[in-house]
Design a protein around this ligand. Structure first.
Ligand code: SF4
Length: 228
């Protein structure tokens, strides 16, 4: 198990999926503040909107369903929003405001597509659960990811390997963020469906250079030509 750390600043938890997709994409969005929507991200946002109603709280006999719940972890230095957080009546649960009895949390993360071959969705869910564990001083052993394309929830069991992977990933994100470093482009199949390909210019920027520098250089060339 990795040694626990405490960060003073927070990064966005959903950055984990960008970082797993491509560290350069994460850095361009989080460090250089470049963003672009493609069809994938637009549909993704719509799926999230369905789950994202902060004021909606449903109460059923043995379950309370809350949405758009803010979370954070000092150990990971991450914060974010959980799409749907259910609380189930349980003797091992916690007390909740305005509710009698004890309630055990279950996270449900919404995704537009289908299960991926990589661990990005899983690590995002594990990070969310680790935030809750820290906030509620509770051990939570599983969560679920709902995939719209297959209209099914997939259960994810937590273990120390997954938790350590989240710790390692958040550590790398913090290191890059502090250094303000954008990794160089690695041209691969992800580039084809990358939402910021136009800004990244992977074939032109495959050595370490920030997009802002690239844009500045391009402007200089254009201006020089205009003066000639
Ligand atoms: S275009 Fe390729 S290298 Fe550039 S950010 Fe996207 S996935 Fe990464």
């Amino acid at each position: 198990m990795l040694k626990n750390t405490h960060y003073d600043n927070f990064l966005q938890l959903n950055g984990i999926q960008h970082f797993m997709f491509c560290p350069r994409q994460w850095a361009l969005i989080m460090i250089e503040q470049v963003w672009s929507e493609n069809e994938d991200t637009t549909i993704g946002n719509l799926v999230h909107k369905l789950a994202d109603d902060r004021y909606l709280e449903e109460r059923r006999k043995n379950r309370i369903i809350t949405r758009a719940v803010p979370i954070r972890s000092y150990e990971l230095g991450l914060n974010g929003i959980i799409d749907v957080l259910e609380f189930w009546s349980s003797r091992t649960g916690i007390e909740l405001k305005n509710s009698t009895g004890l309630w055990f949390p279950k996270v449900i993360e919404y995704k537009k597509g289908k299960p991926k071959k990589n661990l990005s969705d899983t690590l995002q869910l594990v990070a969310q659960i680790m935030c809750l564990e820290e906030m509620y001083s509770l051990e939570i052993n599983s969560g679920e990811i709902y995939y719209k394309q297959i209209n099914r929830r997939i259960r994810v069991e937590l273990n120390e390997t997954l938790r350590d992977e989240v710790r390692k990933t958040s550590k790398k994100m913090h290191e890059l963020y502090v250094q303000g470093k954008t990794p160089h482009a690695t041209v691969g199949k992800n580039c084809k469906r990358c939402s910021i390909k136009e800004m990244c210019q992977p074939r032109l920027t495959h050595h370490k250079r920030s997009v802002q520098n690239y844009i500045n250089n391009q402007w200089e060339i254009i201006n020089e030509k205009a003066i000639e």
